[in-house]
Design a protein around this ligand. Structure first.
Ligand code: ZN
Ligand code: ZN
Ligand code: ZN
Ligand code: ZN
Length: 289
């Protein structure tokens, strides 16, 4: 039997230390407050309409590209976001130079506008260093691709505002908007109340069933669940033998849970603004009758 085949299982048993440079340990990100102002104009019938929206991208100032946020301070020759160029499409404006109108669409919170979700094991590189090893380890978690195409936005970097039964909010009436708001509030409570079990497999099962159950009211949760499944399965396949696995796998759950919560809160805020406008307009119409 060749020596390698004897040694490999021995290595697999040992807890290996992934080189610090390969994966920066991330603290749980604080979800920023959700607030935005949206200009209203009153049309000739006295009804409120959303004013024009044309905001130059505050991140790239309409240059449309930025220094790659994924590999800024690392050597990543095949970076999944920039291909190794070190320059990437601007995440904030999706390379359009204009900031998205929050009543219509937002920067995809699941990839944060990158169009890709980095692998939890190699963080966009396709390989990772292990302390004591001269050469990088090929990453089997992502098949050396460095990550996954973002499924919620399908690689478009933006997500459209929720609809009421496929109707855009502007065409929905007040009752529709209120009904949708109630439904989203319920999904939000379900997601916020999700508890992690110490057993990751149990957490995964419960998380997947939670996303599935709530996808009827908030359809984006379906591709969110599908992408999470890929990230999670890949990471569990490879990462379990490395130091820090427990914290990192929990971190992945939190990322997806927190981003879905953020997304819901934002959509409810959009609905609040639509409802306020619809209430105003309904009052105007009732008076003119
Ligand atoms: Zn930009
Ligand atoms: Zn890069
Ligand atoms: Zn995305
Ligand atoms: Zn990987």
């Amino acid at each position: 039997m060749p020596l390698r085949r004897i040694l490999t299982p021995l290595f697999a048993l040992a807890i290996l230390v992934v080189a610090a440079s390969a994966i920066a340990t991330q603290a749980r990100e604080k979800i920023p407050d959700h607030t935005f102002e949206r200009e209203i104009v009153v049309d000739e019938d006295g009804l409120q309409q959303w004013g024009p929206w044309d905001i130059v991208c505050p991140t790239c100032k309409a240059v449309k590209e930025i220094d790659c946020p994924l590999c800024a301070d690392r050597d990543v020759p095949n970076c999944i976001e920039c291909g190794g160029d070190k320059r990437a499409v601007c995440r904030t404006c999706a390379g359009q130079g204009r900031y998205p109108d929050p009543m219509v669409e937002i920067v995809c919170p699941y990839c944060r506008g990158a169009a890709v979700y980095p692998c939890a094991q190699c963080w966009g590189k396709g390989s990772f260093g292990v302390t004591g090893n001269a050469r990088d380890e090929k990453c089997r978690a992502c098949d050396q691709k460095g990550g996954y195409e973002c499924e919620p936005c399908d690689g478009t970097r933006r997500l459209q505002t929720v609809k009421f039964k496929k109707k855009p909010l502007a065409e929905a009436d007040l009752d529709d908007l209120r009904e949708l708001r109630e439904d989203l509030k319920e999904v939000l409570a379900n997601l916020e109340g999700f508890e992690h079990d110490e057993n990751h497999r149990k957490t995964d099962k419960a998380f997947q069933s939670l996303l599935k159950k709530n996808a009827k009211a908030f359809p984006v949760l379906k591709p969110v669940g599908s992408m999470f499944s890929k990230v999670y399965k890949g990471f569990v396949k490879v990462g379990v033998q490395y130091e820090g696995f427990e914290g990192k796998v929990t971190h992945q759950f939190y990322i997806f849970q927190d981003r879905a919560v953020w997304h819901l809160r934002h959509q409810i805020l959009v609905l609040d603004k639509e409802i306020a406008r619809a209430e105003f307009n309904e009052a105007v119409l009732a008076e003119s009758k």
